[in-house]
Ligand binder design. Sequence first.
Ligand code: FAD
Length: 447
Amino acid sequence: MNDPRLQQPTFATILFAAMSDGFEVIVVGAGPAGCAAAYTLAKAGIEVLLVERSKFAGGKNVTGGVLYGSALHELIPEFWKEAPVERRVQRHVISMLSEKSSVSIDFNTGESGHPESAGYTVLRAKFDRWFAQKVEEAGGMVITGSRADDLIWEDGRVAGIVAGGDNIPAKVVIAADGVNSLLADKAGLGVGLSPDNVNQGVKEIIKLPRQTIEERFNVTADGGAAMHFLGFCTHGVHGGGFLYTNQESLSLGVVVQLKALIDSKLKSVELLESFKEHSTVREWIKGGTPTEYSAHLVPAGGLRMVPQLYTDGMLVAGDAAALVLATGRALEGLNFALASGIAAAETVKMAKEKGDFSQQVLSQYVKLLSESFVLQDLVRFYGAPQYLENPRLYGVYPELACSLAEKVFEVDGNPKRTVWQLARAEMKDKVSLWQLIRDAMAARKTI
Ligand SMILES: Cc1cc2nc3c(=O)[nH]c(=O)nc-3n(C[C@H](O)[C@H](O)[C@H](O)COP(=O)(O)OP(=O)(O)OC[C@H]3O[C@@H](n4cnc5c(N)ncnc54)[C@H](O)[C@@H]3O)c2cc1C
């Protein structure tokens, strides 16, 4: 990946290009939201500059990560044939852990399944770099190792960015600078991060030979497994664990609500270490070599957290706008970032045709998002963040599932009881039937 085209142009080059009228569009952040926006614009022949603070796109980015690819497939048909995806997920496992045991649902699609709606494991350092390269191939300009520090304002509208002490003018700016978006804050479009609406993720990459992965996880040569864990992996703290297979490594981590983590007085790195020690997980990662550790925040407040998404001369996409779906089934941020980046770019294309980058025209962005899964899913799962506050999901229920399974499979020479009788006995002093029904009803509505 030592493509000379990815060597960053100097600011002199950028300034030279910008000196006349500036860029038509500046996109800040070369994550999936920013790359999707810049690629869409570049392909439409619009002059776009993509600015990334890391030395190379994806350099510091963290994702579990399973990419659900339908949005990317629309932009780059059959992207999985050229993008550096690791494995197509064919096996989905959800496990509830108690301290010593686990109960799992294991769904294996085999080699069938639809490639356009499948999940693909990705490593961001490779994936984002590839995507930034696609932006350049499409005619966009990419500068890495350069942080956007501020916005330029002209007559009350955003008119470019300040980076490295230089002013770079543009007709419109797309802020795709991730969860701690400096630019959205500066424009008064910030999401208002607080410990109860943001999760902290920690992740380790563990190297394992390709063949070991395929045998151990019972997957095909390009197939992979996505495993999600609930319960003892977070010691009852609001959140969960994940384990994804890459070509020659595993991505293992925990994602927990920041407030619950602070209240628990535990550290996320301690949770990760204890997760690795769990008897179930230990077997999956046996013989592996940890090679990389990273931590990152991810918005978790759902629709309630989504700010105004545009102002005169500016749009906000991806995590910067809290466009992330966390329902407890999976964490979907990459596909939301991609789809919102594309929608932001489509809005800019419309604005360019009209020669008007005012907020009246840029408000079309919300219409496009409302027509896509992005806002429709966030509306449908509006109640999920509140439902996920329920502490029984992370303690009582995983414990109960494991202890019930133990009793169900125990043959001790005594007369057997029905599963229902066993369940009632296990529930005693843990959760009332009434409480269980109420939680189930709430789950039905919100998840
Ligand atoms: C541990 C963990 C596991 C996850 N697992 C999954 C998963 O399995 N599936 C899934 O779909 N989602 C997952 N997510 C969420 C997903 O990673 C995010 O939703 C997604 O990365 C958002 O993309 P983005 O482009 O909006 O922001 P980012 O990916 O954060 O990209 C923002 C970019 O902007 C750059 N930047 C920031 N500030 C500036 C600046 N001032 N100037 C220039 N550049 C700047 C950053 O360096 C970065 O490259 C996970 C998140 C975490 C933390």
